[in-house]
Design a protein around this ligand. Structure first.
Ligand code: PHE
Length: 332
């Protein structure tokens, strides 16, 4: 009987090892040590043995049962873990979201132009200055040598703000007020450019916008004259547009510069395009800012950044810059 038991336990062990599922394992357990299992059947034969044989056989039998039970227990832990892992795998929710490549936008054409202008001027030794978009008559006109009675006030098509005295507060009509603010706050020498938004009552059409951008330049130093102005404009234009582009100054009039000029750039077809206004800073403007015109002189210039973008990219209509049509904007 002991030999028989030994073989039985070995068979049980190899069956248990080969069990591929918990159900399988239970079936095997039942076959050997279940109510009708092989070992249970053997127990029933104990009665046929002599009493002392019976004791030894009974003990062997019990040991065999507990050996098999142990093997089953160990195997069950392994199979249960595998079953749980398989269930987790099967029930796993795939929450990953397929995201197509993120489309990055880019800076607006006018912002790009403004950044490039700043870069060119900073490279020439200028610093960047800024001023408010809402101004008083002093900064927009008065200090720039445009008194209240002056006809030039009319040419600025100013948008007034309903604040304080009539025609006292306004959207700045040009960036020239930043000249005044800088000279009031800074000792010469001064080398600044002031880019920013400006406003006029113009109706939007192919060449005008009521809100547009200008960049102002101001230099105050000793012994500065018209030649420095012409040279600076030429250097800037060549750096921005290319070395083949020529510049010229045409006599003009601004109350805050004397002499004054419009400056033009050459086109490949041999025409001239007007870019902006400029001139030698009027002594009255220096005096308004507490700067002695006998000691300091300077020049100033100003031009439209939007117009510059229109020229550079040969746009048909300046309004494209504010229509916000992505098909247009994404080209630049
Ligand atoms: N502020 C002038 C304008 O907007 C341009 C300008 C700037 C002219 C500086 C001369 C000097 O028309």
């Amino acid at each position: 009987m002991v030999v028989e038991l030994h073989a039985l336990v070995q068979r049980a062990q190899s069956d248990v090892d080969g069990a591929s599922s918990l159900d399988d394992l239970e079936e095997i357990e039942r076959t050997f040590i279940g109510k009708k299992g092989e070992l249970t059947q053997l127990k029933k034969t104990l009665g046929q043995l002599a009493p002392d044989e019976r004791r030894a056989a009974g003990q062997s039998l019990n040991e065999a049962v507990s050996d098999i039970a142990n093997t089953v227990r160990v195997r069950r832990i392994t199979l249960a873990a595998a079953a749980e892992a398989e269930q987790l795998r099967a029930e796993r929710l795939d929450l990953t979201e397929a995201v197509s490549d993120l489309k990055r936008g880019h800076l607006h054409l006018v912002t790009q132009a403004r950044d490039r202008l700043e870069d060119v001027f900073v490279g020439m030794g200028f610093t960047v200055a800024e001023g408010p978009e809402v101004e008083t008559a002093w900064y927009n006109f008065e200090a720039l040598n445009i008194p209240e009675w002056h006809p030039a006030r009319g040419t600025f098509d100013t948008i007034f703000v309903d604040l304080g005295e009539p025609e006292e507060v306004m959207m700045r009509a040009h960036t020239s007020p930043v000249q005044i603010r800088t000279m009031e706050n800074q000792e010469p020498p001064i080398y600044i450019v002031a880019p920013g938004r400006t406003f006029r009552t113009d109706t939007a059409d192919a060449t005008h916008l009521p809100a547009f951008n200008q960049i102002e330049g101001l230099v105050i130093d000793r012994g500065i004259g018209l030649g420095d102005l012409a040279g600076t404009i030429d250097s800037f234009v060549k750096a921005f547009f290319g070395h083949e582009v020529k510049t010229r100054l045409r006599p003009s009039y601004f109350p805050f510069t004397e002499p004054s000029a419009e400056f033009d750039i050459s086109t490949p077809s041999g025409d001239w395009l007007e870019l902006g206004g400029c001139g030698v800073v009027h002594p009255a403007v220096l005096q308004n800012c507490g700067i002695d015109p006998e000691e300091w002189q300077g020049f100033a210039f100003g031009f439209g950044i939007d117009r510059l973008a229109v020229m550079r990219y040969q746009l048909d209509d300046i309004r494209e810059l504010v229509n916000n049509d992505v098909r247009f904007l994404s080209q630049f």
